[in-house]
Design a binder for this molecule. Structure first.
Ligand code: PHE
Ligand code: FE
Length: 288
């Protein structure tokens, strides 16, 4: 996960004291308690009951290959599977880390995974990403060749955007496509984003609810669109394929960043005349 993900003012809860210079730590797999493994199984079973209906088929296939149903996975063993498929490695981190360190890891095909698990009270919602979000949400698609390449390219793009001062535009791409992306399939819209698939509520909401907009992916449109971190998304962007994302982002972003500098942002609720609209939302009803 990334430092800006779910930005809060509260102090971070992981143990940062034993961190190496690259922000990694030992996972400490032996130290998880039986209760933590049981909570993982509960989270895993709840999600996998929903997923056949709501998740993208590639994600499901990759998740199965990780054999992660029995308890919090040992990152060393999961790395064997992922590395064989696409050359990615998992590294343990205490939680949200420095942007530069995060992008450096991605650019070298290492995915930072938080080592701690939420508490039972946080089954449905937590402020910072934990091992369930990071592993269950993000790791499966690292086995997918195109998505694996995309994540590395994103890491390189992140290092570049830091230098150019264009992180805000690039972060929206991560948010809408890596965390909350939908895929158009022959069986209708399916979810592949990590923020969706690690949340029982949003897994159903993003597909079933009449409230949000669902709009076809367009690179600059996404890079201009604000998002919310404190509630379900008001707009989801839809890919036709992972190749579409990879291809659209292979071009040089230099001129795009230049152009976007002079253009206004879009609100998370907005639908534009040029949008390819899958569904126009009725708008999010909020508790009074
Ligand atoms: N092509 C982008 C650039 O020139 C890098 C990038 C790749 C960004 C993939 C996001 C995703 O900066
Ligand atoms: Fe995430």
């Amino acid at each position: 996960m990334l430092k800006t993900e779910g930005k809060t003012d509260t102090p971070l809860r992981g143990d940062y004291s034993a961190m190496r210079a690259d922000y990694t730590i030992e996972q400490g797999w032996e130290k998880y308690t039986d209760e933590e493994h049981a909570l993982w199984r509960q989270l895993y079973e709840r999600q996998t009951a929903l997923l056949p209906r709501y998740a993208a088929p590639e994600y499901l296939e990759c998740l199965g290959r990780l054999n992660a149903a029995d308890g919090i996975p040992d990152f060393r063993r999961a790395t064997e599977v992922v590395h064989k498929a696409t050359g990615w490695e998992l590294v343990a981190v205490p939680g949200l880390i420095d942007e530069n360190a995060f992008f450096t890891h991605l650019s070298e095909r290492r995915f930072p995974v938080t080592n701690w698990l939420r508490t039972p009270e946080e089954m449905d919602y937590l402020v910072e990403p934990d091992v369930f979000h990071d592993f269950f949400g993000h790791v499966p698609l690292l086995i997918h060749p195109v998505f694996a390449d995309y994540m590395q390219a994103y890491g390189k793009g992140g290092l570049r955007a830091m230098k150019l001062g264009t992180m805000e535009n690039l972060t929206r791409l991560y948010w809408y496509m890596v965390e909350f992306g939908l895929l158009n399939t022959k069986d209708g819209l399916k979810a592949y984003g990590a923020g969706i698939l690690s949340s029982a509520g949003e897994t159903v909401y993003c597909i079933e609810s009449p409230e949000p907009n669902r709009i076809g992916f367009d690179l600059e449109r996404v890079m201009r669109t604000k998002y919310r971190i404190d509630d379900y998304q008001e707009t989801y962007f839809v890919l036709e394929s992972y190749e579409q994302l990879f291809d659209a982002t292979s071009q040089d972003f230099g001129p795009i960043y230049e152009r976007l500098r002079g253009l206004p942002d879009f609100a998370a609720t907005e639908v534009l005349p040029d949008d390819k609209v899958y569904t126009r939302g009725t708008g999010r009803k909020r508790a009074a």
